[in-house]
Ligand binder design. Structure first.
Ligand code: 3H9
Length: 705
C-alpha cells in the first residue's frame, strides 16, 4: 500500500505501522495512509481488533511542522483521528519513544493505549505558539479530568510512562516489546468481544469541574502567570475550558478554529522558526560527514566560583563525574557549599529527593592540585577573565592532560586562538561559553578556534546536547555573538539616560517589548562592580564601552542589589527596586557636564535605539562569518539573554519589522546623535536596498572571501 504505512495481519488482529523517519511526523502521506488502512479494516470481517504502531525510534512526534503555512491537504489530522475513534472494533495504540502533539492526539483517538516503560507522552504545541489542534484539548480532559489535562497542555511538558499510567492516560506499561504487548491486549479484546471505548462519549471526568471550577481557575492562573506576552498558553486554557462547557463536537470545532488562527499568527511563526533554528545551530557546514565525537566519561572544571560551580552541576545532573580544581581549600569549600545550596533549593521545592542530592554531590570531587586532571576527557577552565591567567593555565594543562583530552575555556570575550597558542595542541582547544546561572541557562556558545579539530568541535556539541544545552557554534571575535551584540545595546543604554530617559523608562520599554528584565535592573542584579572593575583594569572597551553613570554609582559604593542601591534602591524584602532621585540628579549633572541637552524620550525610540544597533551588529557578525546563519543569532539571544521567544530572536524580528525601516531609523539616529557608529552595517544596508531580509541568506555563504 503506502510507502509510509503498512498493514499486516496476525490472526484476528491487524497491525497498522507508520514508518516515516526520523520521528514519524504525520505528514500528508502518513495521514492518507492510515486513513485508507483504517477504512479497509473497518469492514474486514476477519479483523476483530487493530494495533496502531510506529517503526523506528519513536511513536509519532506529531503533525509535520514543515507543512504548516502551506495549503492543507485532506484528510486533516482531526478527520483522521475521528475516523480512528469511530472504528467499530477496538484500536490499541502501541507507544514507544515520544508520543507528542498530533501523535499523542492520534493515540487518544485510539480506544486503548499501551506504552513502553521508557515512553513519554506530551502535547508540546504550546512551545510552538499553538494549541493541540486535533482534539487533544477535548479528549485529554475527558480521560484524566480538565485540571490534570490543563497542566500537561499549558506546560507542554512530557509525562513519563509510569506517571501516565497513574493518571490513567495509558492502560498498560510494559518493560518488554510494546508492539507485542499491544498485540496481546488486542487479542484479548478480540477474544472477549470487548468493544471500543471512545473518549468523545465520556463525560464522567468532567462532572466535578462542571459543578465547581474554582480549582481549575486557580491552576490556570498559576500556569499562565509566567506566560508574559505569549498568546498560546491562554488559548490552551480557553480550549480546555470548552471541554466541560461545550458538547464534544462544538469544542472540537472551536479548538480547530483557534489552532488555525494561531498557526497563521506571528507568534507561532516565530516559535516554529526557533524550533528549526535551534536544531540547525549546532550543524557545522564544513564538518566532514561521519566525524565522530571523542568519548567523554569524566570532566574537569577549573574554578569553583559562580560559573565553575554552575557548569559542574550540569555534568553531575546527567551522571558525568567532575573534578573541580581551585587554588585553595577555602575556595573549594565555598564553591561546594554554593552548589549544595542550589541543589537544596530543588529539594525544598520538591523537585529533587535528598538521596538524589547526595548522588549528585558524590559525582563532584574537589582538589587543589591541577595534576588531578590527568585522566579527565574534557576540561573546562572557568577562572577570572584575564588573558595571562588563562594562558598560564592552558600551558599547565597541556603538560598535565592526557592525549586526546579536549581543553575548553569558558571565556566570555577573549581570543580562543591566543589561548590555544599557549598549548602544543591547539586543535584540541575551543571555547565553551556558558551563561549565568550556568546550571539553568540553556545556551552554550561553542567557540571554534582557527585550529580547532572537527572531532573536538563534534565532542563539544555532543556533550552540550548530553547536558541538555542548546549548542550554537560561533567564531572567534571579542564577545563572540551574544556579548558582542549586547555591547552594541549597552553603548546606547547610558546614552539614552544622558539624552533624557530615566532608568525606569528604559527598563519598562524593554520589559514591555518582552524581555524578562530591563538593562538597568539586570545590571543591578548582576552587580555593577563587575563591569566597573573590568573597565578599570582592562579598559573601557572591555565591558560595553564607557559607562560614566555606572562608574559614578560604583564610586559611591552602589553596586546594585547586593549593596541595596544601584540604579535603583532596594528595600529589604522588596522584590524590585524603586527609582532614586539621587540617581536622577547624577544623570542630569553628568549630561550637563557633557553638554547634552536632555529631552523627552518615548518608549518607541528606546526600543529602536537598543534593539536596532544589536541587529546591525548581528549583520556584521554574519558578514564576518562569526555566526553561520541568522537563525543562530536568534537562538543565542533567546536562550542566553531572554529575548522574547514569540518575537523569534533579533534577526527574525528584524525581518518582520522590515530591514528598510531599520536602515532608515539607524540613519536617523546617527544624524540625531551625531554618532556614526549607529549607521547600518553594510550587509543590513545591502539587504534593505534589495528589499530582502536575513532569511533570504539561508544556505548562502555570506562571509566575504
Ligand atoms: C502538532 O502536532 C499540531 C497538532 O496538534 C494539530 C495539527 C492540526 N515535524 O529534535 P530532533 C525533525 S504540532 C517535522 O533533532 P531528538 C527535526 O527538525 C507538533 N519535523 O531529535 C529534526 O530534523 P533534522 C507537535 C520534525 O531525538 C529531526 O526531526 N510536536 C518534527 O532530539 C530530529 O529531531 C512537537 O512539537 C515535526 N513534528 O528529539 C514535537 N519533529 O534532522 C517536536 C522533529 O533535519 N519534536 N522533526 O534537524 C521534538 O520535540 C523532538 O524532535 C523529538 C525528538 C523529542 C521528537
Amino acid at each position: 500500500m503506502s510507502d509510509v504505512v503498512s498493514v499486516r495481519k496476525d490472526g484476528e488482529v491487524a497491525v497498522v505501522t507508520i514508518d516515516n523517519p526520523p520521528v514519524n511526523a504525520l505528514g500528508h502521506a502518513v495521514r492518507s495512509g492510515v486513513y485508507e488502512a483504517m477504512a479497509g479494516l473497518r469492514d474486514d470481517a476477519d479483523v476483530k481488533a487493530v494495533v496502531l504502531a510506529c517503526a523506528g525510534r519513536t511513536f509519532s512526534a506529531g503533525a509535520d511542522i514543515t507543512e504548516f503555512g502551506k495549503p492543507p491537504q485532506p484528510p486533516a489530522l482531526f478527520e483522521l483521528i475521528n475516523a480512528v475513534e469511530d472504528m467499530p472494533k477496538p484500536v490499541v495504540a502501541a507507544m514507544h519513544g515520544t508520543a507528542l502533539g498530533g501523535g499523542f492526539e492520534l493515540a487518544l483517538g485510539c480506544h486503548y493505549r499501551v506504552a513502553d516503560s521508557k515512553a513519554r507522552v506530551g502535547l508540546p504545541e504550546v512551545k510552538l505558539g499553538l494549541l493541540p489542534g486535533a482534539g487533544g484539548t477535548q479528549r485529554l480532559p475527558r480521560l484524566i479530568g480538565p485540571e490534570e489535562a490543563l497542566k500537561i497542555i499549558v506546560s507542554g511538558d512530557f509525562v513519563g510512562a509510569d506517571k501516565a499510567l497513574k493518571l490513567g492516560i495509558v492502560d498498560e506499561v510494559t518493560d518488554g516489546d510494546v508492539n507485542e504487548a499491544a498485540l496481546e491486549l488486542a487479542r484479548r479484546l478480540a477474544a472477549d468481544g470487548t468493544g471500543p471505548v471512545r473518549l468523545s462519549d465520556r463525560d464522567d471526568k468532567l462532572q466535578a469541574v462542571k459543578a465547581d471550577d474554582t480549582a481549575f481557575n486557580e491552576t490556570a492562573g498559576k500556569l499562565t502567570a509566567r506566560a508574559r506576552g505569549l498568546e498560546a498558553p491562554h488559548a490552551c486554557v480557553e480550549a480546555v475550558r470548552w471541554s466541560f462547557e461545550l458538547p464534544f463536537e462544538e469544542g472540537l470545532t472551536k479548538e480547530r478554529e483557534k489552532f488555525m488562527e494561531l498557526v497563521a499568527g506571528d507568534q507561532s511563526k516565530a516559535q516554529r522558526h526557533i524550533f528549526f533554528a535551534e536544531r540547525e545551530a549546532s550543524k557545522v557546514s564544513d564538518m566532514p560527514k561521519g566525524t565522530t565525537p571523542r568519548e567523554v566519561k569524566t570532566v574537569g572544571v577549573i574554578g569553583a566560583g559562580t560559573m565553575g560551580g554552575g557548569i559542574s552541576m550540569n555534568f553531575a545532573n546527567v551522571g558525568i563525574p567532575v573534578t573541580i580544581v581551585e587554588t585553595s581549600q577555602e575556595a573549594l569549600d565555598r564553591g561546594f557549599a554554593t552548589i549544595e545550596k542550589n541543589y537544596r533549593i530543588s529539594v525544598s521545592r520538591g523537585r529533587m529527593s535528598e538521596e538524589e542530592l547526595k548522588v549528585r554531590m558524590s559525582r563532584l570531587t574537589g582538589t587543589t592540585d591541577m595534576s588531578d586532571l590527568a585522566d579527565a576527557d574534557f576540561i573546562i577552565e572557568a577562572v577570572f577573565e584575564e588573558m595571562d591567567i588563562k594562558k598560564d593555565i592552558f600551558g599547565k594543562l597541556d603538560a598535565i592532560a592526557k592525549p586526546g583530552a579536549v581543553l575548553a575555556s569558558n571565556t566570555s570575550y577573549l581570543d580562543i586562538d591566543e589561548i590555544a597558542a599557549a598549548t602544543n595542541r591547539p586543535g584540541s582547544v575551543l571555547g565553551t561559553h556558558f551563561f549565568s546561572p550556568a546550571n539553568v541557562m540553556r545556551l552554550m556558545e561553542i567557540v571554534r578556534g582557527e585550529k580547532t579539530d572537527f572531532d573536538v568541535l563534534a565532542t563539544a556539541i555532543d556533550l552540550g546536547r548530553k547536558i541538555r544545552k542548546v549548542p550554537v557554534v560561533v567564531g572567534v571575535c571579542f564577545g563572540f555573538v551574544g556579548n558582542r551584540m549586547l555591547k552594541a545595546r549597552q553603548l546606547q543604554t547610558e546614552q539614552l539616560l544622558l539624552e533624557g530617559a530615566t532608568p525606569q523608562q528604559v527598563d519598562k520599554a524593554i520589559t514591555d517589548f518582552g524581555f524578562p528584565m530591563g538593562p538597568f535592573a539586570m545590571g543591578d542584579l548582576a552587580g555593577l562592580d563587575i563591569g566597573w572593575r573590568i573597565r578599570k583594569h582592562v579598559g573601557a572597551d572591555a565591558e560595553g564601552g564607557r559607562a560614566e553613570i555606572a562608574d559614578a554609582l560604583c564610586e559611591m559604593g552602589r553596586f546594585g542589589q547586593k549593596t541595596g542601591r544601584g540604579f535603583y534602591i532596594y528595600e529589604k524584602g522588596a522584590r524590585g527596586g524603586t527609582p532614586d532621585p539621587e540617581v536622577e540628579a547624577l544623570i542630569v549633572e553628568t549630561a550637563k557636564r557633557f553638554g547634552i541637552e536632555r529631552r523627552e524620550i518615548g518608549s518607541e525610540e528606546i526600543v529602536e535605539r537598543l534593539i536596532y544597533p544589536m541587529i546591525s551588529e548581528g549583520a556584521k557578525i554574519l558578514e564576518e562569518g562569526i555566526a553561520q546563519r541568522s537563525g543562530d543569532i536568534d537562538v543565542v539571544w533567546i536562550y542566553g539573554y531572554g529575548f522574547p521567544i514569540w518575537r523569534g530572536g533579533p534577526m527574525f524580528y528584524a525581518d518582520q519589522v522590515g530591514l528598510a525601516h531599520i536602515r532608515d531609523r539607524l540613519d536617523f539616529y546617527a544624524e540625531q546623535t551625531g554618532n556614526d557608529a549607529l549607521r547600518p552595517a553594510p550587509l543590513l544596508q545591502k539587504l534593505a536596498d534589495e528589499g530582502a531580509g536575513f532569511a533570504s541568506l539561508a544556505g548562502k555563504k555570506v562571509r566575504a572571501a
